[in-house]
Design a protein around this ligand. Structure first.
Ligand SMILES: *Cc1c(COP(=O)(O)O)cnc(C)c1O
Length: 407
């Protein structure tokens, strides 16, 4: 392949990418060239139904017309200012995002991991300045099986050895408790604890749904101990579970939301920490920031995402389609599936490991035109865009059934 030439075939693209990118992923051999809605087309013209949706970054589907229009309009005006100056997109975006979350202030960032890091900094400073925790002693409680991103601090409190090995030394100050065990969480709260950082539904762990009442018990424990409940809704939030936030499913209001993925509309990275002003007020000029955070292009797209969610239409769609998905997956338990967990249009599907690996299932699904990705060996995550058509969703489950039946 000569410099500047574009490869054509899937094999050439796979070979080139493999040769020139670090091996941080082991992608399926599908090379996407175009996409619309819930469907993508590869370099050889084959079409696939996207049942991963960019790990829920594509909740509104590929190239949603409203979001593209917002991006195009903004491209024609101004795209980046830095926060050294104001821009006319930032205020309206943050006002409406805060209102959507029932909060009153926002720290705009870019990637999810950055927003999690921001929340950690906020929680620590809040602990010292508001709670009076002695300097340098703040602790944050996190859950086993968590996924909050890939920075050195964040992987330091991961319980996944693959994510951690070889990257230490790690940031101290985190206590890990089993996910779903409220008593263990209560027992881990000390006078130095400033926050509990938790995913209301653990995404990367395989759409792990905690027992009923768990989140409410965590909320109560945080309130009683005077610590912040920080909900990482980067994957669970913004419509996926049938509500704007997964916390709503248990009637829980956290002190801090961490948002990302779908907030950028599948167009660019937009993340945010959304909380009460009295919490975010601990941040002062110079103490935190981001060159790209709050940029006018990201704010325009993020604002358009907020407007889509304000109607409730996508949340309702996720509820309705989610019931359909659950009803169609449940009969497969005992027929190749060990267990199925769903929350809205989001399913974790445990394969019978004796039947095939998650990877093998994904390869066979891809051959049948359905894209998804395994997690932790034998679990598949089904998270199609919320715009998927009923028939397409049924068809995807039919393909899974056929793969399980060995067809
Ligand atoms: C994806 C994810 C992150 C990290 O987001 P990036 O944009 O990849 O940095 C953090 N928390 C959760 C729950 C996620 O699913």
């Amino acid at each position: 392949m000569g410099t500047g030439l574009l490869p054509r075939s899937t094999a050439d693209h796979v070979g080139l990418a493999d040769a020139v990118t670090a091996h941080t992923y082991a992608p399926l051999p599908v090379v996407v060239a175009e996409a619309e809605g819930a469907w993508v087309t590869d370099v050889e013209g084959r079409r696939y139904l996207d049942c991963l949706a960019g790990y829920s970054a594509l909740n509104f589907g590929h190239r949603h017309p409203t979001l593209l229009a917002a991006a195009r309009e903004q491209l024609a005006r101004v795209t980046l200012t830095s926060r050294a100056f104001g821009n006319d997109r930032l205020g309206p975006f943050c006002r409406d995002l805060a209102a959507l979350a029932g909060m009153d202030a926002v720290v705009p960032m870019n990637t999810g991991a950055e927003a999690v890091e921001t929340a950690i900094k906020v929680a620590r400073r809040w602990g010292y300045r508001v709670r009076g925790v002695p300097d340098g002693r703040a602790r944050i409680v996190v859950a086993e099986g968590n996924f909050h991103g890939r920075t050195t601090t964040i992987v330091g409190f991961s319980t996944d050895p693959v994510a951690r090995d070889g990257f230490g030394p790690f940031t101290p100050g985190f206590d890990v408790v089993p996910f779903g065990d409220a008593a263990a969480l209560r027992a881990a709260l000390t006078p130095d604890t400033v926050a509990v950082l938790i995913e209301p539904v653990q995404g990367e762990a395989g759409v792990v749904v905690p027992p009923p009442g768990y989140l409410a018990a965590v909320r109560e424990a945080c309130t009683a101990a005077g610590v912040l409940l920080v909900a990482d809704e980067i994957q669970s939030g913004l419509g996926r579970t049938g509500t704007t936030f997964a916390c709503e499913l248990e009637g829980v209001v956290p002190d801090v939301y961490v948002l990302g993925k779908a907030l950028g509309g599948g167009i660019l990275p937009v993340s945010a920490v959304v909380a009460r002003a009295d919490v975010l007020d601990v941040l002062t000029p110079g103490s935190h920031g981001s060159t790209f955070g709050g940029n006018p292009l990201g704010a325009a797209v993020g604002h358009a995402v907020v407007r889509l969610l304000e109607t409730g239409e996508y949340q309702a769609r996720a509820r309705r389609l989610g019931e359909r998905l659950a009803a169609r997956l449940q009969p497969l338990v005992g027929r190749g599936l060990r267990a199925v967990r769903t929350r809205g249009l989001w399913a974790g599907v445990d394969l019978d490991p004796a039947l095939m690996s998650g990877r093998a299932a994904c390869e066979r699904l891809a051959a049948r035109g359905v894209l998804t990705k395994e997690t932790h060996g034998a679990t598949l995550r089904l998270a199609p865009p919320l715009v998927i058509e009923d028939d397409d969703l049924d068809w995807a489950v039919d393909q899974l059934a056929a793969v399980l039946a060995g067809a």
